[in-house]
Design a binder for this molecule. Sequence first.
Ligand SMILES: CC[C@H](C(=O)O)C(=O)SCCNC(=O)CCNC(=O)[C@H](O)C(C)(C)COP(=O)(O)OP(=O)(O)OC[C@H]1O[C@@H](n2cnc3c(N)ncnc32)[C@H](O)[C@@H]1OP(=O)(O)O
Length: 257
Amino acid sequence: MLVAKTHKSGVVTLTLCRAAKRNALSGALIEALGTRLDATRDEDMAVLVVRGDGDRAFASGGDLDELSAIRTVEAAADMSHRFRAVLEKLRSFPVPVIAALNGDAFGGGAELAMACDLRIAAGHARIGFLQGKLAISTAWGGGPDLFAALGISRALRLLGRAEILSAPCAREWGLLDAVADDGQPFEAFVDAYVAGFSERTPDVMRAFKALAHAARIGAPRDAALALETKHFARTWADDAHWAAVEASLGRAGKVQE
Ligand SMILES: CC[C@H](C(=O)O)C(=O)SCCNC(=O)CCNC(=O)[C@H](O)C(C)(C)COP(=O)(O)OP(=O)(O)OC[C@H]1O[C@@H](n2cnc3c(N)ncnc32)[C@H](O)[C@@H]1OP(=O)(O)O
């Protein structure tokens, strides 16, 4: 249901495996994601990648069959809290999380993508907050994420019109950071994009993610500055910094010769 792969490059990939159901987010799948995030958060990695299995959908949202059993306000609120708690684990995961949209991200699947820090996509992927079509609003934190990402007007347009954006359009709007070229194998596209991050040390990526999370939650500036100094001082004193300086000076030495 959920497959985790640790790559030598310091990248961990989690794959949602319910392709036959377009990776619909059942309670069991969401729970498996939460358990895996808890188990993985202290591992040495530069970035975490989340993707869907197959080439049709990243995640087609909550599992409509399963969710149809939820009928009361209280039960709906409970589900909202339980599922959102797992997406909060992505939002607060200690290193940057990249959503690799292998296909459509609809409804809760779009909310899952927004809970990640960056989003990249296959050229055929689409993203749509379809909740309004089902006469419901967003449930798992994706609404506030969308308003923060796009601003009031565009977010309200996507939600109110239940508009589906193509990958190129989503990139133009700033919802996606990169889109695979026509004919480019998706795995090669993801590997090339992630490689730029995996050259950094896990500590440096934890520092950058701490600042990103502080920004996402609107932390007061003095708290963010204190966080920055705490992480900077730790990375500055780390051996990795001095090894990099020596390598750089060594290169500079060659340049001076
Ligand atoms: C709290 C609610 C939650 C939220 O708002 O946070 C939500 O996400 S509500 C759900 C919002 N999502 C949708 O409305 C998308 C529904 N699915 C589709 O539009 C299509 O399935 C699509 C475009 C993702 C893929 O279309 P395609 O033609 O490639 O496949 P099929 O439609 O034939 O689907 C194949 C198979 O998967 C089952 N399926 C797909 N999505 C879901 C889903 N969200 N929940 C449960 N099952 C889903 C579909 O029923 C088919 O099953 P089969 O047994 O083969 O008939």
